[in-house]
Design a protein around this ligand. Structure first.
Ligand code: SDX
Length: 428
């Protein structure tokens, strides 16, 4: 199948590519060489940057699958470690593979002792995402020997395990640092999620009860955040990684991109938005009106999505989870009531209906993080912890697709046609 482009009385044939689920794409890889033309697509809303076998999203139908497996099945039946392996290595691990992967993560739970001195000098008031990006990038300082040229399976496996395991330790240590408590180290007898909870909430004077509901909730949160194809931060990891810089630095770039309030930073913004609504006594109706007013900076955070033109399947799962778990624990979170009223009003409002704006993954995740006891300013760190395997999987997929090209988009120049240098005493 192909497409025809007629330009300047010339007919150009363009190949059409078809994806697994019949998505189609016009292949313009030769366009500029053949015609001198480039395409123009700010925000890459219509541009595919790669072919990938990791995650499939159908935005119209609200479908999300990791390596073909529906997110609903993985959220119900799998674990974050299994899903990490699935995303990175392309298949669910058998028992031996799962045990070896888990073992590699356990062996990499510690931070280099010199990293602790580095961490010790970061102000306790630093935003956890600023601290996280600093510490992850410092992995390339404390764990050298990762140059892409010698990128082979063992080197990669070790780097991947370090990142998945150490982001958990960095997150827990950053929390302990912010509350002035001593670091709690990972335990050999605990699995990934249990270890994180214990590192966060136990202390030398108070043990932490590992509640099965809370453990499962955190597993589900991490699974749901594990990958989402070419979102802003994953595309950043691919673009930075395409220069052949090491995995740690590529991931650090992804963490910085995720922090933005339009992206992973939205989960913190949602709770802060709901708190401001509650404190300002604004009615949900007034909020909806404000969020539609272009002159008003108020936005309904956690709503809308570049790809989903339907309910984000992750939001659906998280909403039900939050309602069930709060009810089971007889917790009344007034912010959840406000959120559900806002959702109900938005979903029946023409402005949102016309623009196909639905709750996204960030709209309900905060309620579960609150229930677990995660401070609001750490919500995006939790998002990064979940997204780590997805970022790694995409970096690996790109490096496995040799030869890959360095990412370097073109532009349309609209500046001065030609200008001369003006000596400073002649300038206005
Ligand atoms: C994530 O890409 C991914 O996969 C991301 C993610 C992942 O897992 O990696 O799913 C995670 O980042 C989820 C999104 C979290 N961000 C937010 O919740 C922030 C609030 N949402 C918006 O800022 C916005 O919806 C985006 C950023 C999510 C999407 O932006 P787009 O695709 O560029 O859409 P747009 O801003 O052009 O909006 C289209 C229209 C505009 O109105 P018009 O100009 O057509 O009149 O919809 C309006 C927007 O003003 N709109 C909103 C709105 N989101 C879009 N109006 C009010 N409130 C909102 N939240």
């Amino acid at each position: 199948m192909n497409a025809e482009l007629i330009y300047d009385n010339k007919k150009i044939n363009l190949n059409v590519l078809t994806g697994t689920n019949n998505e189609i794409a016009i292949d313009i890889t030769g366009l500029r060489n053949d015609t001198g033309l480039i395409t123009y697509d700010p925000g890459y809303q219509n541009t595919g940057s790669c072919q990938s076998a990791i995650t499939f999203i159908d935005g119209e139908k609200g479908i999300l699958r990791y390596r073909g497996i529906p997110i609903e099945q993985l959220a119900e039946k799998s674990s974050f470690i299994e899903v990490s392996y699935l995303l990175i290595y392309g298949k669910l691990p058998n028992r031996a593979e799962r045990a070896a992967f888990s073992e590699r993560l356990s062996l990499n739970a510690l931070l280099h002792e010199d990293m602790l001195h580095y961490l010790g000098n970061i102000p306790p008031t630093a935003h956890p995402m600023a601290l996280l990006s600093n510490m992850v990038n410092s992995l390339s300082v404390y764990y050298p020997g990762f140059y892409v040229e010698d990128y082979n399976n063992e080197t990669f496996n070790m780097m991947a395990a370090r990142l998945i395991s150490k982001i958990r330790t960095i997150a827990a240590f950053s929390y302990k640092k912010s509350i002035g408590e001593p670091f709690v180290y990972a335990r050999e007898d605990l699995l990934y999620v249990q270890n994180f909870l214990n590192m966060m909430f136990s202390s030398p004077v108070k043990s932490y009860h590992l509640d099965p509901d809370i453990i499962r909730t955190l597993e589900v949160l991490l699974i749901l955040h594990a990958d989402h194809e070419q979102n802003c931060s994953t595309s950043t990891v691919r673009l930075v990684g395409s220069s052949k810089v090491n995995l740690y630095s590529s991931i650090c770039a992804g963490i910085c991109a995720l922090w933005g309030p339009l992206h992973g930073g939205a989960n913190q913004q949602v709770i802060e938005m709901l708190e401001s609504v509650r404190n300002s006594k604004l009615s949900p109706k007034e909020c909806i009106e404000r969020s539609k007013d272009k002159k008003n900076p108020f936005r309904l955070m956690g709503f809308g999505h570049r790809v989903y033109r339907n309910y984000d399947p992750r939001a659906k799962i998280l909403k039900e989870y939050a309602k069930k778990l709060l009810a089971k624990r007889k917790v009344v979170d007034p912010l959840l009531d406000i959120a559900m009223q806002l959702e109900e009003l938005a979903l029946s409002d023409d402005y949102f209906i016309e623009r196909k704006l639905y709750p996204n993954v960030d709209f309900y995740s905060g309620f579960l993080y609150r229930l677990i006891g995660i401070p609001t300013n750490m919500f995006t760190v939790m998002f990064a912890m979940g997204r780590m395997p997805g970022w790694i999987a995409h970096w690996k997929e790109m490096h496995d697709s040799v030869p890959f090209k360095i990412g370097r988009p073109r532009q349309l120049y609209i500046g001065e046609p030609l200008a001369d240098y003006v000596p400073v005493d002649k300038r206005k």
